[in-house]
Design a protein around this ligand. Structure first.
Ligand SMILES: [Zn+2]
Length: 123
């Protein structure tokens, strides 16, 4: 068997590279659940946009977590002063590329449809 060092997927030894990550497979399984580490794929300006995009990801079979940058009980206080967005969407490393593509597709479709203004969803 062979393993993808990026997403940890297992393949038959005849397969040379992971088609999703486009990296050469290795003979040993990658150490630890690196593929399951959370990764920020998008920042959102408010809770509504976050919930909307999480729903889009779930439609793609991607489990997403919406994390607010605001402190509980202090809605106007930023936990991270470097973050201008309200919060961020996290998925596992293994699904990060798919999640970014799904969000880009969705936002692109909205722009073409003219239903959402640029300021509604930050990039
Ligand atoms: Zn991979």
């Amino acid at each position: 068997m062979a393993w993808c060092p990026e997403c940890g997927a297992e393949y038959e030894s005849a397969v040379a590279a992971c088609p999703r990550c486009r990296v050469v497979l290795v003979a040993e399984p990658p150490p630890g659940p690196r593929a399951l580490e959370p990764e920020v794929v998008h920042r959102v300006p408010d809770a509504a946009a976050g919930a909307l995009l999480c729903g889009v990801l779930e439609q793609h079979g991607i489990r997403a977590v919406l994390r607010s940058a605001t402190l509980p009980g202090f809605a106007s206080v930023r936990r991270d002063w470097a973050t201008s967005a309200w919060g961020e969407i996290l998925v596992t490393r293994a699904e990060a590329a798919d999640a970014r593509a799904a969000i880009a597709d969705y936002l692109g479709a909205l722009e073409r449809g003219g239903q959402v203004r640029d300021e509604d969803v930050e990039g």
